[in-house]
Write a protein that binds this ligand. Structure first.
Ligand SMILES: *[C@@H]1O[C@H](CO)[C@@H](O)[C@H](O)[C@H]1NC(C)=O
Ligand SMILES: *[C@@H]1O[C@H](CO)[C@@H](O)[C@H](O)[C@H]1NC(C)=O
Ligand SMILES: *[C@@H]1O[C@H](CO)[C@@H](O)[C@H](O)[C@H]1NC(C)=O
Ligand SMILES: *[C@@H]1O[C@H](CO)[C@@H](O)[C@H](O)[C@H]1NC(C)=O
Ligand SMILES: *[C@@H]1O[C@H](CO)[C@@H](O)[C@H](O)[C@H]1NC(C)=O
Length: 297
């Protein structure tokens, strides 16, 4: 350790002369270390210190998004100043982000001159018929670079195939690309199972594969059923047949309890299974009460 700088307490200096001999009385002399200017605060950062006295060293760190403009430590010198000079924390900036191939910048606003600040974002968009892989948003990091850029790729879809008993329309082009659309329809009595319109996806396939499903013929001559929560006469409601997917509830009798309950049946591609509990009376058996006229169980 270098010896401390002597600071003499001058009030006593010239009064001290004993028996012609000049000497310093030991207990009136004091050595105190030189103190450097206060350096306890670093804007956007932190200072580590014990005291600001010679010959101590203090150290500096900056908050995320800031870098040290200067050294990470300084020492209090014999002269009572800091060496090297105290640093500052300067904001990290990112240069304008590079634009990936087949992409454009959709949202970007430099906030520090031509550059961006920590946590600023930029948003990319792909050119038409190109799909994005990765995140469309990049963020300026504390390292002064951007987070990983997305990729834009051209995506092709095969020509969609025509469904049995139906048709498909799509753009008359050499190749079908991402976001191109195709529309489906069915012939006369068939019903489309799936969406009418499908889209070429980023995976290079179509968003759905609709098909055409047959209508169910109703073999029952007379019955009241529940259809979409309403009582309807099946032969009137479905005189043109039941569409694929349609559901009705038949009334059945519980003989012991003399009451009625319902069982559901659905038309699936031309076939409907009538619940076994449903009994159709002969038109001559007019004295019999139909299940749908019996009180519910
Ligand atoms: C870095 O510090 C130097 C000297 O103190 C100053 O001139 C300069 O402007 C600072 N740079 C930034 C980016 O703050
Ligand atoms: C921004 O960039 C332009 C073109 O490179 C340059 O002329 C201009 O001085 C820059 N502005 C700042 C604030 O750096
Ligand atoms: C994209 O990144 C941002 C932040 O960088 C994040 O908030 C967002 O959830 C990400 N989006 C997806 C789809 O991963
Ligand atoms: C940004 O820079 C840091 C530090 O140099 C590095 O580790 C990181 O991989 C870089 N990020 C990207 C996306 O390039
Ligand atoms: C399209 O392809 C993806 C990936 O291979 C697959 O997960 C998805 O189920 C497919 N979509 C359809 C509608 O076939």
């Amino acid at each position: 350790m270098v010896s401390p700088v002597l600071i003499l307490f001058s009030t006593f200096l010239f009064h001290v002369a004993i028996a012609g001999r000049r000497m310093w009385p030991i207990n009136t002399l004091k050595c105190i270390p030189r103190v450097c200017p206060f350096a306890g605060i670093l804007e956007n950062g932190a200072v580590r210190y014990t005291t600001f006295e010679y010959p101590n060293t203090i150290s500096f760190t900056c908050n995320p998004g800031f870098y040290l403009n200067g050294t990470n430590s300084a020492k209090c010198t014999e002269e009572g100043n800091w060496s090297p000079e105290l640093p500052s924390c300067a904001p990290v900036t990112c240069p304008p982000p590079p634009v990936p191939k087949f992409a454009t910048l959709k949202t970007y606003k430099p906030s520090a001159g031509n550059n961006s600040l920590y946590r600023d974002t930029a948003v990319f968009e792909c050119l038409p018929h190109h799909a994005m892989f990765g995140n469309d948003t990049v963020t300026c990091t504390a390292h002064g670079n951007w987070t990983e850029l997305p990729e834009c790729k051209e995506v092709k879809c095969p020509f969609p195939s025509r469904p049995d008993n139906g048709f498909v329309n799509y753009p008359a082009k050499q190749v079908l690309l991402y976001k191109d659309k195709a529309t489906f329809g069915c012939h006369d009595t068939y019903t489309l199972d799936g969406p009418e319109e499908v889209e070429c996806t980023r995976a290079g396939n179509w968003s759905a594969q609709p098909s055409c499903k047959a209508t169910c013929k109703i073999s029952i001559k007379k019955a009241t059923v529940l259809y979409q929560g309403e009582r309807v006469k099946i032969q009137e409601q479905f005189k043109n047949g039941m569409k694929h997917g349609d559901k009705v509830s038949f009334f059945c009798k519980n003989k012991e309890k003399k009451c009625s309950y319902t069982e559901e049946a659905q038309c699936i591609d031309g076939t409907i299974e009538i619940p076994k509990c449903f009994k159709e009376h002969s038109s001559l058996a007019f004295w019999k009460t139909d299940a749908w006229d019996v009180k519910a169980c």
